[in-house]
Design a protein around this ligand. Sequence first.
Ligand SMILES: Nc1ncnc2c1ncn2[C@@H]1O[C@H](COP(=O)(O)OS(=O)(=O)O)[C@@H](OP(=O)(O)O)[C@H]1O
Length: 459
Amino acid sequence: QVPDTKVARASGMEMLLGAGWTTGSYPIPRNPNAENLSFSRCMHFDLTQPKEVEQLLNSSCSFQQVLESGGRPSELLLDILRLNHADGRLSQKSRVKGWLQNWTDSQTTDAGGCWKVGPDSCNCLPSSLLIGVMKGSTGEIADWLNRHDAICGAPGEMHFFDDKKHLIYDGRQVLGRLAELFDALHGDSFEHQQRYNKAATEALARLRSTWRVEYLDPRCQMSGFDVWRGMQVWEKTPSYLDVVDPSVVFDFFPTIKLAVILRDPADRLYSGFWHDCRQTTQPLLPGNCSFDRLKQSLAYVASISDMATMPNKSRDWTIERHVLMGFYHRFLSKWIDAFAKVPKSSLPMLVMFSESFKSDPFHTLDVYQDFLGLERKFDFKARAKQLPNGLYVLGKGKGSKTFRKKPPGYMPMPPELHDEIVKLPSGSTRRPTKCSIGCSWKTRAPKCTSRWLSPCLVG
Ligand SMILES: Nc1ncnc2c1ncn2[C@@H]1O[C@H](COP(=O)(O)OS(=O)(=O)O)[C@@H](OP(=O)(O)O)[C@H]1O
């Protein structure tokens, strides 16, 4: 069968453009010796054949090397040169926006955008974020997802949007800000909303000046071929859910995919309390890390009638924050409102549950990969093992560290404490939300999936 060269050339060109082969600034070399070059590893590609274009992209040959080694650029490369010279712009299909050094303020940022930092290397912004929840198995899920060869997980937690330096405003520390957040979530005063928006605008301006250094993580550098085959940078920072202003993230990444993994709020709080106790960076007063201390703290929270006044005293890790964090639907509605600004058939948010991930991680990973547009390539079932406590891990997963070497280090939560936590005041929900979510946080999260979150799930 005779191949349709027109189609082949078109798709070959698309592949090259998609991988960032935009070459407006390269002159076509006039190398008189080019004809005499007997061998060059970069010249033996038939660029009218998509398979060979793929091989070229997979090689380390840059556009310039191909030109220089061949002397005469192939038709396909000439097409690209013409195209780039013709309108001076990059193909809309390309994720690669050009050279990072040529970036100007007029260029917008969005999820998955890439910039060239070398002849065949790019730094890309994340295509998706796992925004929470803290203690919701986010470390384990990162460990699993990172096995996919089209994912580069920014190591650790990025904290780009909730770094303190971006959030300090009005001379107050970042976490004084939780008060504003809580009020805004409750739709309280107009004044609070105004201040909240002002803070968001200021935070955005600060981020705009630092993202190139901070967010284009060199550890996730990829080749043009990686970009073309759809490799994604992925980030998890579970504190985004409650601390970050979602409209700042929206301004930065209007088309980003958001995912969140929730956990029974009482279990989450209990786990969070002991997490704080393990933090060496935060010396705790003697006696702060005990079961009795937790009960006292909870009694204090229960006695607060006006939660909105409470967090002014908050510091980074406080029982107040742990309580507030469990009002998932309020935080989520804020995210949903911010991202619903652009009309879409469905919201770009996936809600998963830690409990489901623990019992059947394979299903959760299937859903997550589909949501991210990833091929289900990695055989998780073949690689995972189940620990005596029932949890699954891959290799030396975070879970295996926690559970194999030592028990979690604290006793399981007594059922009566669970009941006590879910009785804590939930405050009022006067703020209408676009997506009709609303679920008593007393209901175990997984059980209310269909009722309160399904309109927000991306199927
Ligand atoms: N293998 C495996 N599978 C599923 N879930 C697991 C696994 N291992 C740990 N865990 C759970 O993860 C909890 C810690 O959550 P995070 O990783 O989100 O914590 S953190 O916010 O990043 O500190 C952790 O919290 P604890 O209950 O306090 O141990 C566990 O509930």
